[in-house]
Design a protein around this ligand. Structure first.
Ligand SMILES: C[S@@+](CC[C@H](N)C(=O)[O-])C[C@H]1O[C@@H](n2cnc3c(N)ncnc32)[C@H](O)[C@@H]1O
Length: 230
């Protein structure tokens, strides 16, 4: 069972060290960029970055779609504060809110694309969240869930355990002075959907053309872009 953790509150505690820890993870930025590019959005697209955190996923969107109109939403005030500090994201609209109900925070859409990077695993009701996200998209709009999924593969679970216990949790303790969110990360990924289960969840929420692509490096078979059309 995943330990109960107040997720956005824990992200507040690690917000200042989040970008440094992400920089120490080879492939983190590149893989976000791949997910953004895999969305294949048109010029001037309206995009929602759901669970945008400190804006690393938002920067990936900005680089892939320089003329896009981007909104970033997150429930952690600390993470959003770091996002607001990024000069290259000065034209992004930032919203403090719950991914379970983006419209309540002012993210009414419609959007041509929604990217949710490391978000769907953390919300209390992923099915309801996906249904609401689909309603925010234009017909034929694109969803990309950039997410860990290891449940379907023994090898992926082994690598995940080695990386999190040997590197992520010790580095978290060193740089962020806490292990809570990193232990939660390890456990929540082990308990989360397999690739097939998450794809099925997306179909059940009404998405079509559901497909997934993985990454390279240690994240092969561990981090995936889950793509679909509304
Ligand atoms: C691992 S970070 C990912 C940030 C960013 N997308 C990235 O790829 O770097 C996950 C983010 O999800 C946010 N989050 C978790 N649960 C949330 C919820 N229910 N509503 C909104 N944001 C949430 C956290 O505050 C955190 O900033």
């Amino acid at each position: 069972m995943t330990e109960k953790v107040a997720v956005p509150g824990e992200f507040d505690r690690v917000a200042r060290s989040y970008d440094l820890l992400s920089a120490l993870n080879p492939g983190y930025t590149k893989h976000l960029r791949w997910s953004a590019e895999r969305m294949e959005l048109p010029e001037g697209a309206r995009i929602l970055d759901l669970c945008c955190g400190t804006g690393l996923s938002t920067e990936a969107l900005k680089r892939a779609y320089p003329s896009a109109v981007i909104t970033g939403l997150d429930a952690s005030a600390g993470m959003l504060e770091s996002a607001r500090d990024k000069a290259d994201l000065a034209d992004v609209t930032w919203l403090l809110g719950n991914a379970m109900d983006p419209a309540a925070a002012g993210a009414h859409g419609p959007y041509d694309g929604v990217l949710m990077a490391y978000g769907i695993r953390n919300v209390p009701d992923p099915d309801l969240c996906l249904e609401r996200v689909r309603r925010l998209l234009v017909s034929g709009g694109t969803l990309c869930l950039h997410e860990y999924s290891v449940a379907g593969s023994l090898w992926s679970k082994l690598v995940w355990n080695l990386v999190t216990m040997g590197i992520v949790i010790p580095l978290g303790l060193l740089f962020a002075r806490t292990t809570t969110i990193f232990r939660y990360l390890r456990r929540s990924v082990l308990d989360f959907d397999s690739v097939g289960e998450l794809e099925e969840r997306m179909r059940k929420a009404g998405f079509t053309e559901v497909r997934s692509k993985t990454m390279v490096g240690w994240q092969r078979g561990i981090v995936h872009s889950f793509l679909a059309k509304s």
